[in-house]
Design a protein around this ligand. Structure first.
Ligand code: NCD
Length: 320
């Protein structure tokens, strides 16, 4: 087995081979999830703790289902109601949970870098379920799996990522993954929501949807992350929709078989037209949700397998 990582903290540390290994195993989990009995024993006897310090519906449910389908004992910590409220530090919470001997910790946190810090303090595999505006690796992997299954490849495509790039960990992880897999990445959005530095990863920046969408294979829309804005980024939601909201007219500039993606939750009528989001001939938004469970199953399975290999080898050959 070629996967040897201890944690899944971001796309940045992964090689193209790591990415393909996860996607290949995820494909087999899609089949399992579509069968009558959706159960495997890959995490049987192991404990998975989900710690979400930020609200989440689909990501938390997806990780929970993924763990249960692999046979793990899954616990969801209600972090809003936990000792954090009483002033406990992130590290103290991590050490307390570590003492309960989990095998997998799934962590979402509003601060960039918090999940990396936590991973240094615990003995188990840590998966980043989104840290601030930094990374959201399982989202980029599920997006890659969705693209690969529809387009037959996730290499050599033109992919546009549109909207609130500045506040988006989804954009950051996707630019990393798509660049590593040798796709052409375009970023489209207002200059107020476009951070500098993406060009160094090979992405092209556009301020006009029609220019940016010309001939692309994939259109990835992002939510306006209002909770991360302190005002003044856009004139109004109406104006934003007019210039950057995806509708059939703007989509007509993309390839005729271009697919439409969105990580959810969607603001219909703000970044995307509601009818287009529901158009099963163009939108793969529900496929993304399905792929999410399979990708998370694959990632947890591979991290546990890698740990077993390390444990069998003994401490002197430990790989990071
Ligand atoms: C994304 C997130 O939380 O970063 N959503 C998700 O994981 N399904 C994107 C978003 O919140 O807009």
């Amino acid at each position: 087995m070629s996967f040897s990582k201890s944690h899944l903290l971001g796309i940045e540390p992964l090689s193209p081979t790591d990415i393909v290994t996860i996607l290949d195993l995820a494909d087999s989990y899609v089949d399992l999830n579509r069968s009558a009995v959706k159960h495997s024993e890959a995490l049987s006897g192991l404990t998975q703790i989900n710690m979400f310090f930020e609200n989440s519906t689909r990501t938390q449910a997806s990780f929970e289902l993924a763990g249960k389908r692999l046979g793990a004992d899954v616990m969801n910590m209600a972090m809003q109601a936990s000792s954090i409220r009483k002033g406990e530090t992130l590290i103290d919470t991590a050490l307390t949970l570590n003492a309960m001997q989990p095998d997998i910790l799934v962590v979402r946190h509003p601060h960039s870098g918090a999940v990396d810090l936590l991973a240094q303090k615990v003995n188990c595999a840590v998966l980043n379920a989104g840290d601030g505006r930094h990374e959201h690796p399982t989202q980029a992997l599920l997006d890659a799996l969705t693209i690969r299954r529809v387009k037959g490849t996730v290499t050599g495509l033109k992919v546009a990522i549109c909207g609130d790039i500045a506040h988006s960990r989804v954009a950051r992880s996707n630019v990393q993954l798509l660049s590593k897999m040798k796709n052409q990445v375009r970023l489209i959005g207002p200059s107020t929501l476009m951070p500098s530095g993406f060009e160094s990863l090979g992405a092209q920046v556009f301020e006009d949807m029609k220019d940016g969408l010309r001939d692309v294979d994939v259109v990835m829309m992002l939510r306006l992350q209002k909770e991360r804005m302190d005002g003044g980024f856009i004139p109004s939601e109406r104006e934003y929709y007019h210039r950057f909201g995806l509708d059939a007219e703007k989509l007509s500039f993309a390839k005729h078989d271009a697919i439409v993606m969105h990580p959810g939750p969607m603001n219909r009528g703000v970044e995307i037209d509601g009818e287009l989001a529901d158009d099963i001939n163009r939108s793969v938004i529900q496929d993304q949700v399905e792929m999410g469970v399979a990708v998370r199953m694959a990632a947890m399975d591979l991290l546990v397998q890698a740990r077993r290999v390390r444990d069998a080898r003994g401490p002197e050959e430990v790989m990071v």
